[in-house]
Design a protein around this ligand. Structure first.
Ligand SMILES: Cc1cc2nc3c(=O)[nH]c(=O)nc-3n(C[C@H](O)[C@H](O)[C@H](O)COP(=O)(O)OP(=O)(O)OC[C@H]3O[C@@H](n4cnc5c(N)ncnc54)[C@H](O)[C@@H]3O)c2cc1C
Length: 555
C-alpha cells in the first residue's frame, strides 16, 4: 500500500499534468474528433514519465503496490480529469486482473513486470455480441492443440464486443471456452488471425478507444492460459469484482463531483432576479445539495469497502456492487442536474457539463449494469436474511442505535429506522413469496443499497467527529457538515425503504398489511424528517463558503 504522503504526491502530479496537458479546450476538441489521445495515455503509463500504472502493480513486479483505497483515490481523480482517458488508463488494470489473481508465478512476473517497466497497455476481452450481462453465453472457443498427447497450445476463435483499448492495446486477456469451461488467455497484438474493428462512435467517453475484436484461429502457446488450468475463467473474473467495481464506483463519484464543481461556482456568478442563483434555495436544494448528499453517501460506502478489502476481508463482491450502484447512479444524476444548473449554457459543449454527463453515463453500464448490481445485491443479502431468520438488518439497526447513543448527531437513529424497515420489508416479501417477481427482487436490491449506504455514512460522520477517519479519507467536509449530510441521506433512505417497500409489497398483491404497516414505523420516519430543510440550508452554506451560517452549524 502507498503511504498517505506518496498518495498525496501522486494525486498532485496527476492534477498538475492534467492541468497542463488536458485543459478544457483540448478535451472539447478530442471529444469532437472522437479521438483517444494515445500520446497522453502512453505518457501517463510510462514508468519514466507519470507512471500511473506503477501505483497498481505489486512491488515484487516493479510497481508501488497500491491498495484498494489508493486505487479509489486515483480513479476518482482520473475521472475528474476525463472519464475517457481514465478508462483507457484503467483498462490495463482490468485487463491484467485475471493474471494478478489467477496467473502462475511466471505469468505474473512476465506480464506485470511488462506493465510496470514498459508501460504495456492491456485490454480486457470478456463481452461478446451475444454475451453481455450473461457471460455464461460466451461463444468464443479455445481448442486444444496437442503434440504427443500433451497440450502445447490453443487455437482461439470468436468475437469480442465493446472492448476498451480494443484498438490500441499491446496485450489482451481474452475469455474463451475450453473443453473444461471458460478460461482467460493472453493474446498479444499482431498475433496471426487477430484483428480489431474501427473504434465505436460513442455517446460519451469519446477519448477512450472502444473496439470489437475478431479472433480467427489465433494460436497461443499453452503458457498463455492464465493460471495454467482450464475452466477457472469465471472464478478469476469473480475474484476481482469487488475491487474493479470499486474502481468504476470511484469513476461515478469523481465524474459526478466534477460536474457539480462546475455548477457550484457558476451559480455564485449567475445573477437572475437580482441575486446569484446560489442564494436561491429552490435552486440549491434541488440541483446541488441532494446530489452532493448522495455522492457523499456513496463515498462513505466506497471508503469503507476499500478499507475492508485492504484489511484482507476478501474481494467483497456485494459491497463492490453496492458501491458501484450508488456512486454511478448518483454521478449520473449529479451530472444531469449540473446541466440544468447552468441552464442554456449547460446545454452547450463549451461549459463541459454536457460532456461530463455523456461521459458518466457509461458507468451504470460497464463492469456490470445497474440492474445486474441490483440483482447481485439482492440475491446475496436475501441469503443473509434467510440465514439469520430475518434478523440481519434488525441487528444492523441495533448497531446504528448504539452509534446514535454515542453520537446523536450523525443520523444513525434514522439509519436504524431504515434498517428495521428493510428487515420488515424483506420478511414480508419472504412470507408472501414475492421475490418470484424479478422486479421485486431488483427493487429490494435498491432499498438494501440505500439502507446500507445510510449506515455507512453515519459511521463515517462519527469517525470524522472522533478524529478517527482513515488517514487517506476525503476531508472536503468537516465533521459538522458531514453529520448534516448524513442526517439528510438517512432521512431519504429511511423514507425510501419504508414507502417504496410498502408500495412494492402491496403492488405485488399482498394487501393485508395493517400489522406490517405498523412495523415499518412510517410515522417515526416521517417525524424524523424534522430538521431536513435546516440541514440542507447548512450544507448549502458550507458548499458556498457562507462562513457565518457555517460557523453556526459547527457550533
Ligand atoms: C464504452 C464501453 C466500454 C466497455 N468496455 C469493456 C471492456 O473493456 N471489456 C469488456 O469485456 N466489456 C466492456 N464493455 C461491455 C460492457 O461491460 C457491457 O456492455 C455490459 O456488461 C452490458 O452488456 P450488454 O451491452 O450486452 O447489455 P445486455 O446484457 O444485453 O443488457 C441490456 C439491458 O438489459 C438489462 N439486463 C440484462 N440482463 C438482465 C437480466 N437478467 N434481468 C434484468 N435486466 C437485465 C441490462 O441491465 C441492460 O439494461 C464495454 C461497454 C461499453 C459500452
Amino acid at each position: 500500500m502507498l503511504t498517505a504522503k506518496t498518495l498525496k504526491l501522486s494525486l498532485k502530479s496527476l492534477r498538475e499534468f492534467a492541468k497542463k496537458s488536458l485543459p478544457d479546450e483540448i478535451l472539447i476538441e478530442l471529444d469532437a474528433r472522437d479521438e483517444c489521445p494515445m500520446e497522453i495515455v502512453r505518457h501517463m503509463c510510462s514508468p519514466d514519465k507519470l507512471g500511473i500504472q506503477l501505483l497498481f502493480v505489486p512491488e515484487e513486479f516493479g510497481g508501488m503496490g497500491g491498495g484498494s483505497f489508493d486505487v479509489y483515490c486515483i480513479c476518482e481523480e482520473m475521472a475528474r480529469i476525463d472519464l475517457g482517458v481514465a478508462t483507457a488508463v484503467l483498462a490495463t488494470f482490468l485487463g491484467s486482473d485475471p493474471i494478478r489473481v489467477g496467473g502462475t508465478p511466471e505469468q505474473k512476473k512476465l506480464w506485470l513486470t511488462r506493465i510496470a517497466e514498459e508501460g504495456a497497455l492491456f485490454a480486457y476481452g470478456a463481452t461478446e455480441p451475444e454475451a453481455g450481462s450473461d457471460l455464461g453465453a460466451l461463444r468464443t472457443t479455445a481448442e486444444r492443440v496437442s503434440e504427443n498427447g500433451n497440450v502445447v497450445g490453443y487455437r482461439i476463435t470468436g468475437n469480442k464486443q465493446w472492448i476498451s483499448n480494443g484498438g490500441v492495446a499491446d496485450a489482451y486477456t481474452i475469455l474463451a471456452n475450453t473443453p473444461s469451461g471458460p478460461s482467460w488467455f493472453i493474446v498479444e497484438k499482431g498475433a496471426k488471425g487477430f484483428a480489431h474493428d474501427e473504434p465505436e462512435d460513442k455517446h460519451g467517453i469519446r477519448l477512450s478507444n472502444t473496439a470489437a475484436l475478431a479472433l480467427d484461429n489465433v494460436y497461443v502457446d499453452a503458457d498463455r492460459l492464465v493460471g495454467g488450468v482450464e475452466g477457472q475463467g469465471l472464478n478469476q473474473a469473480q475474484a476481482v469484482f469487488g475491487y474493479t467495481r470499486l474502481m468504476v464506483a470511484a469513476f461515478g463519484l469523481g465524474a459526478g463531483w466534477a460536474a457539480l464543481d462546475r455548477a457550484i461556482p457558476y451559480s455564485t456568478k449567475r445573477i437572475q432576479a437580482g441575486s446569484p442563483l446560489s442564494e436561491k434555495q429552490g435552486y440549491t436544494h434541488k440541483l446541488i445539495v441532494p446530489h452532493v448528499t448522495r455522492l457523499e453517501a456513496a463515498r462513505a460506502y466506497i471508503e469503507e469497502t476499500a478499507a475492508r478489502i485492504d484489511a484482507g476481508e476478501g474481494s467483497l463482491n456485494t459491497e463492490g456492487a453496492i458501491a458501484k450502484y450508488m456512486a454511478t447512479e448518483a454521478g449520473n444524476l449529479a451530472a444531469d442536474a449540473s446541466i440544468q444548473a447552468l441552464g442554456g449554457y449547460g446545454y452547450t459543449h463549451e461549459y463541459m457539463v454536457e460532456k461530463m454527463k455523456r461521459d458518466v453515463r457509461i458507468t451504470t453500464i460497464y463492469e456490470g449494469t445497474s440492474e445486474i448490481m441490483e440483482m447481485t445485491i439482492s440475491r446475496d443479502r436475501w441469503q443473509l436474511h434467510l440465514k439469520t431468520h430475518g434478523q440481519h438488518y434488525h441487528e444492523e439497526a441495533r448497531k446504528s442505535e448504539a452509534l446514535h447513543a454515542r453520537n446523536p448527531n450523525v443520523g444513525a437513529d434514522l439509519a436504524g429506522l431504515a434498517f428495521h424497515a428493510l428487515a420488515e420489508v424483506l420478511e414480508r416479501a419472504r412470507l408472501a413469496r414475492l421475490t418470484r417477481h424479478q422486479h421485486i427482487l431488483l427493487r429490494l436490491g435498491e432499498l438494501i443499497a440505500y439502507a446500507e449506504s445510510a449506515g455507512s455514512l453515519a459511521r463515517r460522520a462519527a469517525l470524522l467527529a472522533e478524529n478517527k477517519l482513515h488517514e487517506k479519507g476525503n476531508r472536503r467536509f468537516d465533521a459538522a457538515a458531514l453529520a448534516a449530510l448524513s442526517r439528510i441521506f438517512a432521512r431519504e433512505a429511511a423514507l425510501k425503504v419504508a414507502a417504496d417497500g410498502q408500495r412494492w409489497i402491496i403492488g405485488a398483491g399482498d394487501a393485508e398489511i395493517a400489522e406490517f404497516e405498523t412495523r415499518l414505523e412510517l410515522s417515526a420516519i416521517y417525524r424524523g424528517q424534522l430538521g431536513l430543510i435546516s440541514d440542507m440550508d447548512s450544507v448549502a452554506d458550507v458548499l458556498y463558503g457562507r462562513a457565518a451560517k457555517g460557523a453556526k452549524l459547527a457550533a
